[in-house]
Design a protein around this ligand. Structure first.
Ligand SMILES: O=C(O)CCc1cccc(O)c1
Length: 541
């Protein structure tokens, strides 16, 4: 198939991050072409745990419904040392929440749902299978990309190239860039098996279990009676031998016997893994941007891999849209790199801690783990050391986009740079989730505004109506939505007159107490060219 000679955005890599980005861009009215080297969705279930934040992001793309319908929600887990339970944990959740804290589903399903979301915009989101980037030349205005597709080399000129082509990124290689960091030596065999079971969905971990003495073993349930089993192999084991079915099956069987799962089972997919903490130090290189594994490799423990890649897509989509629609200068994309490199460094710090527990890299870590596990048998206070530190959205504390905090007394939970907490509100009888307002334009959340403030906000919103993604006002109290469950009060310290400006990706840009119109205009002018800020007069404060 002939590829277009020019596209606004070329996405290299049609995995879950690339396809989600394409679907988000299409929602924002931006056309993209995604090229994927394989001829179908991935094989093997690969990433399996989708965080609440990732579910929200997939929701902006319109890909959350099949995920919620098929995925297996879970809220916590249990860990065992030898044959005794040493930890039972719950992730923060309440029955009013829009999404479960975590949903288990095979990566290929995420790819399929994101692709389906793309297909709702056939004019804006094209996917070419069996097409790989073979070379590129970037300049100040765009990137000329050589693509091998259907046995032919074709040239595509892209205004922007987004590398979502995974850990072995050809874009990264072509640009001579290297991931920096470290790798752990401890290796895990990853096996998917099919077995019917009535066991609840939760994270299960065994340290030194009688079924596999000396090893650590994880189990996660996935849809379709599929179980992910990860187990650590000994340092002296040969990797090629370790993944042979004749070596894998007895270890899995021994574990199933131990936990009393007696139904017939069969292996579906076998792989091997060692934890890596690697990143580029910048995700923007002129007209080329990196997202997901192409830019960073994060340990699986704590499930930050795919989830951080989807966060990249959520951060990048609105910024690219704003730049491409002429609503913001290209320098806005520098903040993508600053924010997401910061997030990766946090994720790597958490991931490293989890890995040091799951695959202790030396005698010292092994000894510490042994001590923690033994103590945890008797002492509740030690149990937090065993907690897997599950993925959570990272705050952008030092983002250049954050505005000075005008309402610190409202508490730290929704300060500028924080992921905006969700809240279940009521619009008359209709329930409304605040998070459902994200993924479009900026949102001004106003708590019981005075009549003058409400009028200022309405004027401001009206002045953005011609923009591709206008400002939306969410008024709570005083004739607006109702904080019926007290969640806004609890999470936003919602005193009368507070105004929060929330970014399209659901991060807090700024907050103030009864701000005047000039302050709100100044805050939003960088994102809405129709909002003008009067020139600063000499001598004015
Ligand atoms: O529960 C954990 O800490 C890791 C779960 C997981 C995530 C992705 C792949 C995999 O094999 C296991």
């Amino acid at each position: 198939m002939p590829l277009p000679s020019h596209v606004p955005v070329l996405i290299a890599g049609g995995g879950p991050v690339g396809l989600t980005l394409a679907a988000l861009l299409a929602e924002y009215g931006i056309a993209s072409l995604t090229v994927e080297a394989d001829d179908d969705y991935c094989t093997g279930s690969r990433a399996i745990c989708i965080s609440r934040r990732s579910q929200e992001i997939l929701g902006w793309a319109g890909a959350d419904q099949p995920l919620t319908a098929t995925g297996l929600p879970w809220t916590g887990g249990r860990s065992y040392y030898r044959d005794r339970e040493v930890l039972r944990f719950e992730m923060p959740h309440d029955p009013l929440q829009r999404y479960a804290p975590m949903v288990n589903i095979q990566q290929y399903s995420i790819e399929e749902y994101a692709h389906q979301a793309m297909q709702r915009h056939p004019e804006r989101a094209a996917l070419q299978w069996s097409a790989r980037v073979a070379g590129l030349r970037a300049d100040a205005d765009g990137v000329t990309v050589e693509v091998d597709a259907g046995g032919q080399r074709q040239t595509v000129r892209a205004d922007w190239l987004i590398a979502c082509d995974g850990g072995r990124s050809t874009v990264r290689d072509a640009m001579g860039l290297k991931l920096e960091g470290m790798q752990y030596e401890g290796r895990y065999v990853i096996v998917d098996i099919e077995q019917a079971s009535t066991r609840p969905v939760e994270r299960l971990a065994w340290f030194d279990p009688p079924s596999n003495p000396g090893s650590t073993l994880l189990m996660h349930r996935q849809p379709g009676n599929v179980w992910r089993v990860d187990y650590q192999i000994r340092d002296d084991e040969d990797a090629d031998e370790a993944v042979k079915p004749e070596n894998v099956l007895p270890r899995v069987q021994s574990h199933l016997d131990m936990i009393g799962e007696t139904a017939p089972w069969k292996p579906l997919w076998i792989s091997i893994y060692n934890a890596k903490c690697l990143t580029l130090d910048q995700y923007r290189h002129g007209r080329v941007l990196f997202a997901g594994d192409a830019g960073h490799l994060v340990p699986i423990f704590g499930v930050r891999g795919l989830n951080s890649g989807l966060d990249d897509a959520g951060n990048l989509a609105w910024k690219l849209a704003w730049v491409l629609k002429g609503q913001a200068p290209a320098s806005l994309l520098d903040s993508y790199s600053t924010e997401r490199v910061h997030a990766t460094r946090q994720n790597l710090a958490y991931g490293a801690k989890s890995t040091e527990f799951m695959a202790p890299p030396d005698f010292g870590f092994r000894l510490m783990r042994e001590a923690a596990l033994r103590l945890a048998l008797a002492d509740d206070t030690v149990r937090s050391l065993i907690n897997p530190r599950q993925s959570a959205p990272i705050s952008y504390d030092t983002s250049p986009l954050n505005l000075a905090d005008g309402a610190p007394q409202a508490g730290p939970g929704a300060a500028p740079g924080q992921p905006a907490p969700d809240a279940w509100l009521q619009d008359g009888d209709a329930p409304r989730y605040l998070s459902a307002c994200f993924g479009k334009g900026f949102v001004a959340l106003a708590v019981s505004p005075t009549a003058a403030l409400a009028a200022d906000l309405d004027t401001l919103a009206a002045s953005t109506q011609g923009a591709p993604h206008p400002l939306r006002i969410v008024r709570v109290g005083a004739g607006g939505w109702d904080d019926a469950h007290g969640q806004l009060q609890q999470r936003y310290g919602a005193a009368d007159g507070l105004v929060y400006l929330l970014r399209p990706d659901g991060y807090v840009l700024g907050r103030w107490n009864t701000p005047d119109a000039a302050r709100l205009r100044a805050a939003l002018a960088p994102y809405y060219p129709s909002i003008t800020v009067p020139a600063h007069k000499e001598g004015q404060a």
